[in-house]
Design a protein around this ligand. Sequence first.
Ligand code: URP
Ligand code: ZN
Ligand code: ZN
Length: 494
Amino acid sequence: MTATNDKPFDLTIRNGRISNADGTFHADIGIRGGVIAHVAPDLPPGARDVDAMGRWVLPGGIDSHCHIEQLSGMGVMCADDFYSGTVSAAFGGTTTILSFAAQHRADSIPEVVAAYGKLAREKAVIDYGFHLILTNPDETALREHLPKVIREGITSLKVYMTYDKLKLDDYQLLEVMSVAGEEGALVMMHAENHDMIRWIAHRLLERGHAAPKFHAVAHDALAESEATNRAIALARLADVPVLIVHVAGRETVDVIRNARRLGAAVYAESCPQYLFLEAADSDKPGMEGAKFCCSPPPRDADSQEAVWAGLKDGTLGVYSSDHAPYRFDASGKLPKGDATTFKEMANGVPGIELRLPLLFSEGVMKGRLGIEEFVALTSTNHARMYGLAPRKGAIAVGADADIVLWNPERTVEVSAAMLHDNVGYTPYEGRVLQGWPEQVFSRGRCVVRDNALQVERGTGEYIARGRPDPLDSRPAASLERGRFSELVGLSRGN
Ligand code: URP
Ligand code: ZN
Ligand code: ZN
């Protein structure tokens, strides 16, 4: 198809230096009906032309792990709704989010999914989909509701190995994995050993160690690596792929890398807080340290190096925000004010807007990552892992025109005041970043330009997702198939 034998483009983005996960080239992009219609040099004018000279033209970011308008396991409501959350995402160069439809144990899954869908439909300014958080895998959930929501486009689910109100035991995890395997859904695992954390926390509190900095002590790196190892073993037994979310510690990176070397279908995610924060940040006067507490906690410089290495060598295939926005007051981090213990603080840090600028500045501009690696980690790999490809994740004919123009020359000093979330602080206050996403297009609509929002609330679209297509060709069963699968009735939907 040529541009000239068809209707004119609605929009042409000219003179761009375009990077996809598989290469960089100079071309114009012709967009029609929200979709990329042509990518080639010297395209004819569109109804609107945008000059991208001097800008890096990248696929819109996909943030596949963020908590928006969600009630946490501890019963705390996020500070961001689907308006502030998606506006903040867009200003940071993200054009699609996958957040959570979170079941609490008494909830009916179809009702949960419908409720989150309604909230997002009325408010989101960019495209969105959901993962299910599953906390009560009873017979109805396993046999009826889970297969139904997976078939309707929620093709991934998150399960927890810790938190009293969320955790599943190993038997339940196997049951969930087996259904996910049959339906072709991806299991995302919050892997921390519940009893290790509980035991340390109990002893700390008994001795009066209640300040925020003790959160990182309680969530020891061994709790993370042990649970990760166990999650991988369970997934191997159930013969399904698993994705370990928010990897923080060196030992966990090593556990995942080793399992992958054995051929296991194990995938993993890390987040800005594990590259740019440390446990020491939570050691601040008063309650200030609570702003840096999430689970698993940021660790130390050595673990930061391990996370960088894991992102570089493919051990960690996706980089998400795990935006978990809680205000620094009684509605969020500090239910009992200054008397709040580390066990009572809401867990989580904000990061939906700074996820990409932080990695662009500290990764790409400082030479730790190539621009194609940046695109893979922030967009393309999410699209594949979570069944959004080929619609999302690349600048290619037929894909949605989700495109971000980055100015590599722009220097920005981070402050909470410049961000668009509803949190009121940022753990990255005062950092100076090189490079910034200046123009953001979602399905060809300009969402952000001249530092201003250009679209109305409710204009984002729900994306019913297809089957996850894991990032490499390792079969889930590369280690196990044939051992006992038939005897115990394990069958794969693919
Ligand atoms: O501390 C965190 N990460 N809170 C958000 C909930 C979760 O487990 O992802
Ligand atoms: Zn988690
Ligand atoms: Zn999370």
